[in-house]
Design a protein around this ligand. Structure first.
Ligand SMILES: C[S@@+](CC[C@H](N)C(=O)[O-])C[C@H]1O[C@@H](n2cnc3c(N)ncnc32)[C@H](O)[C@@H]1O
Length: 286
């Protein structure tokens, strides 16, 4: 993810476990986010026609009523529940206990108790924990930057997908990370960077004024070539790779708001989001 320019730049801390550091951050974010205007949980609960799904997943996945869907890294579950409202039978997975507990509460308040299941587990443990295949494996917006090994992620996604089913990923474009908040090039980032970066930031993308105790995070950069290759190696046939000039948070200072949680750069000079839809061939990578 991108951030405001008050981020401290930092090297990895040898005493920290990067994944546990991230998990602590996401536990805290899951406490903060239900109260934010960005997520507007009361509005989502009150209005059963409300959906948080964005144009990329709507246009590439279409009507999923009657289909089974697993949502990887589902956070507090609003997208998962939006798919349930659209008629899919859904399971959301996240490694943050607070995220899963919050998702269950929202589900119950929204009257969707029988339509969605939420399971706490690491994405890499999901195939074994869930032990079933789905018509659609779905993940969106803030997914692969938390994952050190994209090959492993694609293998997990492929093994959750039934033969002939779809793996869908919409995420922030990896090019975003090389720019400063004012859209000049960062002098400390490369599109091709292999090592993780550690940073500390105040607030969250849903509320920059929120007070946060777990400010540290680790992220990994994965270029589009690496991502598409990981899908191919996992036995996934890429049907569509589409890039979009609209993101669902303010990644840069000068962005123009063009809808609820939708932002673009004047003139659309850069891709901000990409969406990848692939078909599982039924031969999962080892
Ligand atoms: C940016 S959020 C996804 C946002 C979601 N699209 C939304 O707006 O609600 C990323 C999620 O990935 C989860 N996550 C990160 N690493 C994970 C892992 N290894 N296994 C499972 N969940 C993970 C975090 O807990 C967090 O909820």
């Amino acid at each position: 993810m991108t951030d405001s320019d008050d981020r401290d730049r930092d090297d990895p801390d040898p005493d920290e476990d990067p994944i546990e550091t991230n998990r602590a951050k996401w536990e805290e974010y899951a406490e903060i986010h239900p109260e934010t205007e960005y997520y507007d949980v009361p509005g989502f609960v009150a209005d059963d026609s409300r959906s948080t799904l964005q144009p990329p997943e709507r246009e590439l996945l279409g009507d999923l009523s009657g289909r089974s869907l697993v949502h990887l890294q589902c956070h507090i579950g609003l997208d998962t529940l939006s798919w349930a409202r659209a008629g899919a039978s859904v399971v959301g997975v996240d490694f943050a206990t607070t995220a899963i507990e919050t998702a269950r509460e929202i589900r119950d308040e929204a009257g969707l108790t029988d339509d969605a299941e939420f399971v706490r587990c690491d994405v890499f443990d999901a195939p074994e924990t869930l032990d079933r295949e789905f018509d659609v494996v779905f993940a969106s917006y803030g997914v692969l930057c938390w994952i050190p090994d994209v090959d492993r992620w694609a293998e997990a996604a492929a093994s959750l997908c039934r033969p002939g089913g779809t793996v869908f990923l919409a995420d922030f474009h990896p090019i975003l990370d090389v720019f400063e908040w004012d859209l000049t090039l960062r002098d400390d980032r490369s599109y091709f960077r292999e090592e993780s970066i550690r940073y500390e930031e105040e607030g969250t993308y849903a509320d920059w004024d929120a007070s946060v105790e777990n400010a540290a995070a680790y992220e990994w950069q994965h270029g589009l070539g690496e991502i598409v290759t990981a899908f191919a190696r996992a036995g996934l046939r890429v049907d569509t790779l589409r890039e979009y000039p609209i993101a669902n948070f303010r990644a840069f200072d000068s962005m123009i708001e063009c809808g609820k949680n939708r932002y673009r750069i004047d003139g659309d000079p850069l891709p901000l989001v990409y969406a990848l839809a692939a078909t599982a061939d039924g031969v999962h990578a080892p």
